[in-house]
Design a protein around this ligand. Structure first.
Ligand SMILES: Nc1ncnc2c1ncn2[C@@H]1O[C@H](COP(=O)(O)OP(=O)(O)OP(=O)(O)O)[C@@H](O)[C@H]1O
Length: 220
């Protein structure tokens, strides 16, 4: 079983008469437990690819399988379950809710998956990202690196097999960026979590098991 399998994955954005082929015929296999970096210049298609893998967008054509399930034929509840239970997503700008505390932000996905009884998992993850002592703080009271650690804990609270992170270190200085990648690496190695992240940073990409480079929407 592969964690992620893409065959001929294509995403064309259409705006009136204009067509932008953001991804074109991407073939890719990510094995369970791999740590893969997607690299490429700005506009190469990294976010588009991660959004498709995270079921946040749909391809124009091509096959995408997550954990051996063809995402293209999943509908309604099945698609929701895939997105909520099996894949975690981390954004460059953290996307924390500003009026919720750290603990409430991490617990939020449990609300949607009707699993609020699993609050122990929230505490465990906050300890794992070393923010147990900040659980009742608001996001604005934390540094960028700390906010990203909250976002990682939130992405993992439903215990997904796959974690996708779109430029997770893009807003951080190199020390904080390194800490985030070390944390993801640790989750990958100790829990077998499959990690796919995008980055512009060559040093961070070098720490992945494998790099996948995109140029103009194609894997090279
Ligand atoms: N919603 C959209 N409508 C039209 N074009 C889009 C849309 N989103 C992205 N694009 C275009 O698709 C191409 C790929 O964009 P994408 O955001 O995937 O690249 P990226 O590699 O993530 O870039 P960056 O490193 O700057 O975030 C770019 O040409 C972009 O302008």
């Amino acid at each position: 079983m592969s964690a992620i399998l893409a065959r001929g994955l294509t995403r064309i954005y259409r705006r009136s008469a204009e067509e932008i082929a953001a991804l074109f015929g991407v073939d890719l296999i990510v094995e369970p437990g791999e740590f893969v970096a997607i690299t490429g210049a700005s506009g190469a298609g990294k976010t588009t690819l991660l959004n498709l893998m995270g079921c946040l967008d749909q391809p124009t054509s091509g096959l995408l399988k997550l954990l051996d399930r063809d995402v293209g034929i999943l509908r309604g509840k099945d698609l929701e379950t895939m997105r909520r239970q099996h894949v975690g997503f981390v954004f460059q700008d953290y996307c924390l809710l500003p009026t919720l505390t750290v603990e409430e932000n991490v617990a939020l996905p449990l609300l949607f998956s009707r699993a609020l009884h699993q609050r122990d998992r929230v505490r465990d993850l906050l300890t794992r990202v070393d923010l147990q002592h900040r659980s009742d703080h608001l996001p604005r009271e934390l540094s960028g690196g700390e906010q990203q650690r909250v976002a990682i804990a939130r992405a993992l609270v439903n215990n997904p097999e796959i974690l996708l992170a779109d430029e997770p270190t893009g807003n951080l200085d190199s020390k904080r960026g390194n800490e985030i990648v070390a944390l993801l690496r640790d989750m990958n190695q100790t829990e077998g979590l499959t990690v796919v992240l995008s980055t512009h940073n060559r040093d961070l990409a070098d720490r992945a098991d494998r790099q996948v480079k995109l140029i103009d929407g194609r894997v090279v």
